[in-house]
Design a protein around this ligand. Structure first.
Ligand code: HEM
Ligand code: CU
Length: 623
């Protein structure tokens, strides 16, 4: 039975302030949207850098970019796409969708959420400011020492890298912590861990991976910053330091990073395919377990990025074997997706399914070249060539951007109340799919022909000019495809927001509330007794008829037990506050200020202390 809901109170308590006061809002949907939109803006910037690079390489001997600028461009491109686009966009989607999927009114720590966003924004703007100043990082996205050390890079460029990256990763870490607690403690009563939507599983695994992968990166960049600024010798051979230490710290983070991006993408595909195949996914349990396995095993692969260093043969063999083994849990997922499509009796070929199928094809291809480069002698041949660039774009664009577009077309009505145009969606898909393959399949060949990555130009007569021209043309077609989706997204907003709550017939809880959802998500929290509570085939219509009713006059949701989701407590959630943005600014002074002067560090630390005190100042409940 439903109790009466006091909508007036709900709206008052959950209101999102507008204008300047919107700096204070903390609601997970507002913060999630900010993450997603900001990440796509950075994706656009990173894409423009890539197009300029390929324009430069389309003919031999061009001088659109000087070698010095070219170095900044590929470094900023890689850094942008990995740190400012791929990870934040996945976290943003998690922040937006997870509370809806698990039937909570907000995430566990709304203020921390908002704080993370501001940190991310400031770090991104700082990196792009360095590019505008012509002083962007230029030692590649993995920033190897000794090239990036004080001796060979005395300029400020690398300081931007070390300061901005260690600062930025605070954002990734707080979002991860916040998502883990939300998933463990705020699931609707009855949503035991084996009933969680697969996307929630994926976000859980991703978040744990972030918690284990990012601290070594932060540590490494702080150590490098100390080498550069106060003359420590962590990486300085002459003084007993070790440059390989940087590679270990970086790739301990860097390899899992690829899966930190790919796992949420897998999760999205596992949500989209069943809805358009009109059946449950085949092998829910193996799929969930293989997500976990990939997460674990991916921490044992990092040395495959170091096959051309002095690591022992035994070590290399072990890491090569582990790198090949990860194809197994990845394969489990592929079989589940293909099987689900194959077993469907009523496939709905809409844009989300198109992008999902395109993903499966590209991901398999990227996986195959991955197994190839996991073989040590093969890697020795293609190391640092365009073959590697081709391989990792198959994994990153095929394995993350395509699923992201599938997810975008699928959840856009939930996020905005507007469906994206189907014809534009198809056009966008085909342009992207064809353009991508023309560009990057060709790159494998150029790599075999010996074209090294990270060169700003090359000479006539190497046999690279025709394939590079084809690659450039393909990249522009890919970009045109992305632009079509941008047009679709903008034109959707010229139409009224009239999307129904569940336009695709989805089965999970995010479709049980309006599109877009009200700020409090659910007036009552439904009790769940099935993996797809909205699908009637299981003998029940709609969410179970038991509801839990948190209070309407304060920000409240239901806390449940970790495994079985038995209702345990009412959880009081924090409201809007100015302190998250102020704390982000104070921490920014510490990190970003250190580029200019080390005095900024104690000043920033002191201001952070004040902001943390303000954040925790006792206040009235419900205020
Ligand atoms: C939008 C289409 C894209 C195009 C046309 C493109 C093109 C390129 C090219 C040509 C390079 C090699 C530059 C060189 O070595 O001289 C490169 C490097 C790279 N790309 Fe992309 N890329 C795209 C999207 C992405 C995405 C979405 C990601 C990650 C999620 C990504 C990650 C990287 C990384 C990590 C590097 C290595 C940078 C370095 O060497 O430090 N790219 N890209
Ligand atoms: Cu790797």
């Amino acid at each position: 039975m439903k109790e009466t809901v006091n909508y007036q109170e709900l709206m008052r308590v959950w209101r999102n302030p507008t204008g300047l006061a919107s700096l204070t809002l903390v609601n997970h949907k507002a913060v999630g949207l900010r993450y997603i939109v900001t990440a796509f803006v950075f994706f656009g910037f990173g894409g423009l850098l890539a197009l300029t690079m390929l324009l430069q390489l389309s003919r031999p001997g061009l001088s659109i970019l000087s070698p010095y600028t070219y170095n900044q461009f590929f470094t900023m491109h890689g850094t942008t796409q990995m740190f400012l686009f791929a990870v934040p966009v996945m976290e943003g989607l998690g922040i937006y969708l997870v509370p809806l999927m698990i039937g909570a009114r907000d995430a566990a720590f709304p203020r921390l959420n908002a704080f993370g966003y501001w940190v991310y924004l400031i770090a991104g703007v700082t990196l792009y400011a360095s590019l505008l100043l012509g002083r962007a990082p230029d030692a590649g996205w993995f920033n190897y020492v000794p090239l990036s050390g004080p001796e060979y890079s005395p300029n400020v460029n690398i300081d931007f890298y070390t300061a901005a990256i260690s600062f930025l990763e605070i954002a990734a870490l707080v979002a991860a912590v916040e998502l883990i607690v939300t998933i463990f403690k705020l699931r609707a009563p009855g949503m035991s861990i084996n009933r969680m939507p697969l996307f929630v599983w994926a976000i859980l695994v991703m978040s744990f991976m972030i918690v284990f992968a990012f601290p070594p990166l932060v540590l490494g960049s702080i150590m490098l910053q100390l080498d550069r600024m106060v003359g420590t010798h962590f990486f300085n051979v002459a003084a007993g330091g070790n440059p390989l230490l940087w590679q270990h710290l970086f790739w301990w983070f860097g390899h899992p990073e690829v899966y930190i991006i790919a796992i949420p993408a897998f999760g999205m595909i596992s949500m989209v395919i069943p809805v358009f195949a009109r059946r449950h996914i085949i092998g829910y349990l193996p799929v969930a377990l293989s997500l976990l396995t990939i997460g674990l095993v991916s921490f044992g692969l990092w040395v495959h990025h170091m096959f051309t260093t002095s690591v022992s043969f035994l070590g290399m063999s072990l890491f090569a074997a582990a790198s090949m083994a990860i194809a197994i849990p990845s394969g489990v997922q592929v079989f589940a997706w293909v099987g689900t499509i194959y077993e469907s009796r009523r496939l709905l070929w809409r844009t989300p399914l198109l992008f999902s199928s395109g993903f499966v094809v590209l991901f398999v291809l990227g996986g195959i070249t991955g197994v190839m480069v996991a073989s040590v002698p093969f890697d020795w041949q293609v190391q640092d060539s365009h073959f590697v660039t081709a391989h990792f774009h198959y994994v990153l664009i095929g394995g993350a951007v395509f699923p992201l577009f599938a997810g975008l077309y699928y959840w856009y009505p939930k996020l905005t109340g507007r469906l994206l145009d189907e014809r534009l969606g198809r056009l966008s898909f085909w342009l992207m799919f064809v353009g991508f393959n023309v560009a990057f399949f060709t790159m494998h060949y150029t790599g075999f022909m010996g074209m090294p990555r990270r060169v700003s130009t090359y000479m006539f007569g190497r046999g690279w000019d025709t394939p590079m021209l084809i690659t450039a043309v393909g990249a522009f077609v890919l970009a045109a495809g992305i632009a079509v989706t941008l047009v679709a997204a903008i034109s959707a907003h010229t139409r009224p927001a009239d999307a129904p709550a569940d336009p695709w017939g989805g089965g999970t809880l995010e479709w049980a509330t309006a599109s877009p959802p009200p700020p409090y998500n659910f007036e009552m929290i439904p009790a769940v007794n099935h993996r797809t509570p909205l699908w009637p085939a299981t003998g029940q219509v709609g969410p179970a008829d038991t509801y839990y009713h948190p209070r309407d006059d304060q920000r409240e949701t239901i806390g449940t037990s970790i495994l079985d989701a038995e209702p345990q407590q009412r959880v009081l959630l924090a409201g809007n506050s100015v302190w998250p943005v102020l704390l982000a600014l104070a921490v920014a002074i510490t990190f970003i200020g250190s580029i200019v002067t080390l005095v900024a560090v104690p000043i920033g630390a002191f201001l952070s202390f004040i902001a943390i005190a303000g954040w925790n100042w006792p206040r009235e409940v419900g205020a």
